[in-house]
Design a protein around this ligand. Structure first.
Ligand SMILES: *Cc1c(COP(=O)(O)O)cnc(C)c1O
Length: 426
C-alpha cells in the first residue's frame, strides 16, 4: 500500500486496530482534512470539530499564519539541539514571557513533559530556596486531576484505568478534594515539607468542573501564606479557551474587558501546552519568575527537541493569532451564548441534566447512569449530523470548538446538538 493511496474509513480503522497499540478508543470517524472550525472525513463528509484536539486547535485547523511560520522555518532550520544556540528560541522566550507576564520560560514539547518540568522546578526550589530537608518535599494535588500520562504523573492520579499495574508509584504527593479550601488549608498546615500546590483552574478531563468563583484566588493566598508554590496547569484551560488568555489570568497582557469581576491570580509556575502551537506541532512550556526559574542550571533538565526553531516560530505565530484575532473575547461571547441557548433547551428536556463551563470549554451531563453508553451513542448521532464531540467521563460530553467560530456557526451547532439530543428523550 503506497503512502498516497486513499484509504476508506474502514481500511484506516482496520490498520490502526491491527498495527497500533490499543491505547485509545476513538469515535469511529476517519479525518483527512481540516480548515478553521471544520474537518472532513475520507469520504468527503464535513463536520464541525467540537473537541479541537482537546483544546490544542484553539486557533482553528491549519491556520494559514501558523502553517506558514512552520513551513518557512522548516525550510530554513529545524533542529540544533540545545548544544548550540539558535536564532528563534530567544525570540519565542521573550515573546511568550512578556505575553504571559513572567521573567522566564523553559520550553518542552508535550503537556506531560511540562508538568514534569514544573514538578522538578518546584522540588528543587523547595530544597534550595525554601530549605526543606532533602527528599522530604511534598506537593499537593487534587482528586480527579488530569496532568498527563508519565509514570510520576499517574502516581498521583486517581483514575484506576490510568494507574493500575503501572506501579511502583512516585512518592511525595498529597491528594485533596478539588474546590475545597478547607482541605487545602489543612494539608498546608499538616506538614512543614509542602513545596507546591498543583491545580487545574478548571478540571477538563474530569468533566469540565468549574470551581467556585473565589477558589483560585483564595487557594493562591493560602499558598502564599505558607510559602508554597501555586502551580497552575493551564495546558487545557490556557490560551483563550475559557474566554480569557489564561483561566487564572493574573497580570497577563490580555486586553479582554470581560475579565472584570473575576479574581486575578498569578501562578508562581504556569504550565502551557496544547494551543501554544495551535495544534500544528508539539510545543509546551513552563513559565516562572527568576527567584524560582533560576534554580535550574545547566544539566538539570532538558529535551532534544524542546525549544527547537520550528517550535519557536510556530508558538510565536500561534500566540499572535490569539491576540490579533481577539480569540479570548470571541470565546467569552460565544461561550455565554452557547450556555444560554443550551439552558433554554435543558428547561424543556429530560435527557440533559445541565450545561457547565467557561468560555468555549463546556460540558453537558447526560441524565443517565455514569456507566451507561448513552453519551457515547449521542456522540455517534452527533457525528451522523455533522458534529464531532466525545464523552469525557461516563455520561459527560465535552464541547470545545475552535475559538475562530462565528456566531452563526455556533447557532448552527446548537441546533445540531439540540436536534440530536431530542431524539434521545424518553
Ligand atoms: C492534555 C493535558 C495534559 C497533558 O498534555 P499532553 O500533551 O497530552 O502530554 C496535561 N494537563 C492537562 C490539564 C491537560 O489537559
Amino acid at each position: 500500500m503506497a503512502v498516497l493511496d486513499q484509504l476508506t474509513s474502514q481500511q484506516a480503522i482496520d490498520l490502526e486496530n491491527k498495527y497500533g497499540a490499543h491505547n485509545y478508543h476513538p469515535l469511529p470517524v476517519v479525518l483527512t482534512k481540516g480548515e478553521g472550525v471544520y474537518v472532513w472525513d475520507v469520504e468527503g463528509k464535513k463536520y464541525y470539530d467540537f473537541l479541537s484536539a482537546y483544546s490544542a486547535v484553539n486557533q482553528g485547523h491549519c491556520h494559514p499564519k501558523i502553517v506558514n511560520a512552520m513551513t518557512n522555518q522548516a525550510q530554513t532550520l529545524t533542529l540544533t539541539s540545545r548544544a548550540f544556540y539558535n536564532d528563534m528560541l530567544g525570540k519565542f522566550e521573550k515573546f511568550a514571557s512578556e505575553f504571559f507576564g513572567f521573567d522566564k520560560l523553559l520550553p518542552m514539547n508535550t503537556g506531560a513533559e511540562a508538568v514534569e518540568t514544573a514538578l522538578k522546578i518546584c522540588r528543587k526550589w523547595a530544597y534550595e530556596v525554601k530549605g526543606i530537608h532533602e527528599n522530604d518535599a511534598e506537593i499537593i494535588v487534587c482528586e480527579n486531576n488530569f496532568h498527563g500520562r508519565t509514570t510520576t504523573i499517574i502516581s498521583f492520579s486517581n483514575d484506576p484505568v490510568a494507574r493500575e499495574h503501572f506501579g511502583p508509584y512516585t512518592k511525595g504527593f498529597i491528594k485533596i478534594e478539588y474546590d475545597n479550601l478547607e482541605a487545602l488549608e489543612k494539608a498546608l498546615k499538616s506538614s512543614k515539607n509542602i513545596a507546591g500546590f498543583l491545580v487545574e483552574p478548571i478540571q477538563g478531563e474530569a468533566g469540565v468542573y468549574v470551581p467556585s468563583a473565589d477558589y483560585l484566588a483564595k487557594a493562591k493566598a493560602l499558598c502564599e501564606a505558607h510559602n508554597v508554590l501555586f502551580i497552575a496547569d493551564e495546558v487545557q484551560t490556557g490560551i483563550a479557551r475559557t474566554g480569557r488568555l489564561l483561566a487564572t489570568c493574573g497580570n497577563c497582557n490580555c486586553e479582554n474587558k470581560n475579565c472584570s469581576g473575576t479574581p486575578e491570580v498569578k501562578p508562581d509556575i504556569l504550565i502551557l501546552g496544547k494551543a501554544l502551537s495551535g495544534g500544528v506541532y508539539p510545543v509546551s512550556a513552563v513559565l516562572a519568575n527568576d527567584p524560582i526559574m533560576n534554580v535550574i542550571r545547566p544539566g538539570n533538565h532538558g529535551s532534544t527537541f524542546g525549544g527547537n526553531p520550528v517550535a519557536a516560530a510556530v508558538a510565536i505565530a500561534a500566540l499572535e493569532v490569539i491576540r490579533d484575532e481577539k480569540l479570548a473575547e470571541n470565546a467569552f461571547v460565544l461561550g455565554e451564548l452557547f450556555r444560554s441557548e443550551l439552558n433554554k433547551y435543558i428547561e424543556t428536556s429530560n435527557i440533559v441534566k445541565l450545561v457547565r463551563g467557561k468560555g468555549l470549554l463546556n460540558a453537558i451531563v447526560i441524565n443517565d447512569s455514569e456507566d451507561s453508553d448513552t453519551a457515547w451513542n449521542i456522540c455517534l448521532a452527533l457525528r451522523d449530523h455533522g458534529l464531532l464531540a466525545k464523552p469525557t467521563h461516563g455520561n459527560i460530553i465535552r464541547f470545545a470548538p475552535p475559538l475562530v467560530m462565528t456566531e452563526n456557526q455556533l447557532l448552527d451547532c446548537v441546533s445540531i446538538i439540540t436536534k440530536t439530543l431530542k431524539a434521545f428523550e424518553k
